[in-house]
Design a protein around this ligand. Structure first.
Ligand code: SAM
Length: 285
């Protein structure tokens, strides 16, 4: 098959497979074959991908563009756009900008008045959501959790307050610890899905209440790449005394705003009401 044709000048963000090489789209291949230059988070990975699909670099510039060289590499890419050229950008895997470089490059191109085009395709976040079995009408991608334990728990509580299914990326080495904190912060019964090695040979999805999934993996060391999907809090009818107890426990560990968000999410109550109760508790009313 011959890929290519003509593509418009501008910056083309191209999504690439997150595992199975066959997930590349035909349009992604067209863009990679036709672009005047290829920018890539890792030029070796990009070359390999092109090689697999029989696309030759043919003397075109291959520009490394990653988290550590953006400031130096951006002017080179912008200069090509100014000359009316097309530049394709690929990250290491999946969709650029999704926990990957590309945001500042896209911003610079937009600010410079150049076209920014997407060749959409795989992303672990959406692949995980689709297989999680959790509500997909309102979801929030939140990237990697903070590394410090206290901040991570607060972060979870605050995000949960948004009342959306949460999608997190995490290293398999830290997933046990993270699940322990999810159980602690959002409750043992919270429905979650651990989605591992999606589209690859050892693909696996563990679904169920947090404590159950944690017990299931407690004797295992997980390998590969993992996405954690956290369902939102079920609506509950909470007794006032339960709300007070939950608030007091949360207030011992975090500031009022985060405590109110966490308790509201956990008990399915309006955040404002819980916050007001927290204020009264803090003032000793
Ligand atoms: N841009 C990518 C995307 O669109 O999904 C994500 C890049 S981010 C640096 C890498 C993280 O994505 C991994 O640590 C893991 O959490 C998740 N990930 C990537 N591929 C995956 C896969 N095949 N299965 C499960 N998670 C994956």
């Amino acid at each position: 098959m011959i890929y290519g044709g003509t593509i418009a000048p501008g910056l083309h963000f191209v999504a690439t497979p997150i595992g199975s090489a066959r997930d590349i789209t035909l349009r992604a291949l067209d863009v990679l074959a036709a672009a005047d230059a290829i920018a890539a988070e890792d030029t070796r990975t990009a070359r390999k991908l092109m090689e697999i699909h029989g696309i030759s670099v043919a003397g075109r510039p291959m520009i490394p563009y990653h988290d550590h060289n953006g400031a130096e590499a951006r002017p080179r890419i912008m200069a090509l756009l100014e000359q009316g050229k097309s530049v394709a950008y690929v990250s290491e895997a999946g969709t650029p900008l999704v926990a990957d470089p590309g945001y500042q490059l896209g911003r610079a191109a937009i600010d410079g008045g150049f076209a920014v085009v997407s060749a959409p395709g795989p992303s672990a976040a959406l692949a995980a959501l689709t297989v999680s079995g959790l509500a997909s009408d309102r979801f929030m991608f939140v990237g990697f959790p903070p590394s410090q334990a206290g901040r991570r728990k607060r972060w979870l509580g605050e995000l949960d307050g948004a009342g959306a299914t949460l999608i997190l990326y995490e290293s398999p080495k830290r997933i046990h610890r993270l699940l322990g904190e999810v159980c602690e912060t959002l409750g043992d019964e919270r429905e979650i899905a651990v989605c591992r090695e999606l589209t690859k040979r050892f693909e696996e999805v563990l679904r169920g209440p947090c404590a159950h999934v944690l017990a299931e993996i407690s004797e295992r060391s997980l390998k590969g790449e993992v996405v954690l999907v956290i369902g939102r809090a079920p609506a509950q009818v909470a007794e006032p005394a339960d709300v007070e107890t939950a608030l007091q426990t949360a207030l011992a560990e975090m500031p009022l705003k985060a405590a109110a968000a966490q308790v509201a999410a956990r008990l399915g109550l309006p955040k404002r009401e819980v916050y007001q109760l927290g204020l009264r508790l803090k003032n000793g009313d």
